[in-house]
Design a protein around this ligand. Structure first.
Ligand SMILES: *Cc1c(COP(=O)(O)O)cnc(C)c1O
Length: 443
């Protein structure tokens, strides 16, 4: 078996396949379309019968390398890249729930995901049953009905860092023939692999975050484990005959399931959601993400070490009322005792390398004190992003207030006195000193 850091550098690309010069680094193919060479090859390409490229809205060689690499890092079978994390989340959910399906999801999801499921997908006939605690598997199971198409969870929630019990969710989902879709953006596959460790069927990413790692390129990814049976009555979209996968001139009719078998879902994501909705990533962004992913393991190791040190430090600072960093379960002694035993247990079982570089904390007072802290930092930048090499600070109540209704914000624990940090790669001592002076100066 090839290990994570080796795959991060090599998976999905062989310089021998790059016929135009054997480039050591995957080249940027800035070509909207590709020469199909012969009428027969063109016909096979458009029928999906031949491997290759014809038009970059469907597939592109630079994106292809990124897709293969992230699929390898996640232990998945295949992947489709999108222009942003939200494009990937939307496509993954729609492809499962299209045509009047229901989704079960936690209320403390990423803001734009909640907004999509709460206020936009219902306009397309897709409803979501929200739960306060996604690890309340009995409640989740009780909500599974004939129209339920997916359970959707974030492996590590933003900004609380609460971790989901992916294995328990997979078990109940599969018992009912329902797919489990996991947003694995926050930990990245270096820290957690929902397909391998938990039995998730589909993993989605905002590759904008830790995978890129430098805050310079938007991107998203849908990764398919290739294990789930979509050819059941619950998912009529996969067994319906469709022109796009058929050869009507020869009266050879197919559904996605009959044509692609175990790849029915990921092919539908590409052929329906990427090709017709068109949220295609730029090859330049894919190149930046391939560059970023090469250093994923070393970046995450440093960010987890700094985030843990900062979480421990914040627990000692006057005016800090609570620190939310489930990774403290690994810090031992008194630190971990502050959070729930079940969270500590899950972190120790599934996240031995840590939960990531994001954490949040609550301070005395409210908006005014938070604003003074935000304005008082010099190393931390006030930027609404995570997973960057730069350390970032935000007030989630303000930056999320247009996306998430007040009721949802309260229920997901996002109050006016909450501050979120995304720990970068600066020196840990400088980050601690910056927070210390900013918090001290705010009171
Ligand atoms: C950022 C983020 C998204 C959305 O990704 P974009 O690339 O900003 O569209 C989705 N899920 C999580 C957990 C995120 O952090």
């Amino acid at each position: 078996m090839t290990h994570f850091s080796t795959l991060a550098i090599h998976a999905g690309y062989d310089s021998a396949d790059c016929t135009n010069g054997n480039a050591a680094v995957p080249p940027i193919y800035l070509s909207a379309a590709f020469d199909m060479q012969s009428a027969a090859h063109g016909d096979a390409l458009s029928a999906g019968a031949a491997e290759g490229f014809s038009y970059s809205r469907v597939a592109n060689p630079t994106l292809d390398v990124l897709e293969r690499r992230i699929a390898a890092l996640e232990g998945g079978r295949s992947a489709v890249a999108f222009a942003s994390g939200m494009a990937a989340v939307s496509a993954a959910l729609l492809c499962a729930a299209e045509g009047g399906g229901r989704i079960i999801a936690a209320r403390n999801l990423y803001g734009a995901s909640v907004d999509a499921m709460d206020s936009l997908l219902p306009e397309f006939g897709i409803e979501t049953d929200f739960v306060d605690d996604i690890n309340d598997v009995r409640l989740v199971e009780s909500l599974i009905g004939p129209d339920t198409r997916a359970i959707f969870a974030e492996s590590v929630a933003n900004p609380s860092t609460e971790v989901a019990d992916v294995a328990a969710l997979a078990e109940i989902a599969h018992r009912h023939g329902v797919a489990l879709i996991v947003d694995n953006t926050v930990p990245t596959p270096y820290l957690f692999r929902p397909i391998e460790l938990g039995g998730a069927d589909v993993v989605v990413h905002s590759t904008t975050k830790g995978i890129s790692g430098h805050g310079n390129a938007l991107g998203g990814m849908v990764v398919d484990a290739g294990r789930f049976d979509w050819a059941t009555d619950r998912y009529p979209q996969f067994t319906r005959q469709e022109v796009v996968v058929s050869d009507d001139r020869n009266d050879d009719w197919h559904s996605f399931a009959s044509k692609f078998g175990i790849d029915a879902y990921i092919r539908r994501v590409r052929i329906k959601y990427l090709r017709t909705f068109g949220a295609v990533a730029s090859p330049v962004n894919a190149y930046l993400q391939l560059l970023g992913v090469e250093t994923l393991a070393v970046r995450l190791r440093q960010q987890v070490a700094s985030a843990t040190a900062i979480a421990e430090f914040l627990q000692t600072v006057p005016h800090v009322r609570a620190v939310h960093y489930s990774g403290l379960a690994l810090a031992g002694d008194g630190h971990a005792a502050l959070q729930s035993a079940s969270q500590n247990e899950l972190v120790r079982r599934d996240f031995p390398r840590g939960v990531g570089g994001m954490l949040s904390f609550e301070v005395d007072g409210g908006r005014e004190q938070v604003a003074r802290i935000l304005d008082g930092t010099h190393v931390f930048a006030y930027v609404p992003n995570i997973g960057d090499a730069r350390s970032l600070i935000v007030d989630p109540a303000r930056i999320r207030h247009r996306e998430v209704s007040p009721q949802f914000r309260r229920m997901s624990g996002v109050g006016d006195n909450l501050i979120r940090l995304s720990i970068g790669l600066e020196d840990t001592a400088d980050l601690i000193a910056d927070l210390e002076q900013a918090i001290h100066g705010a009171y």
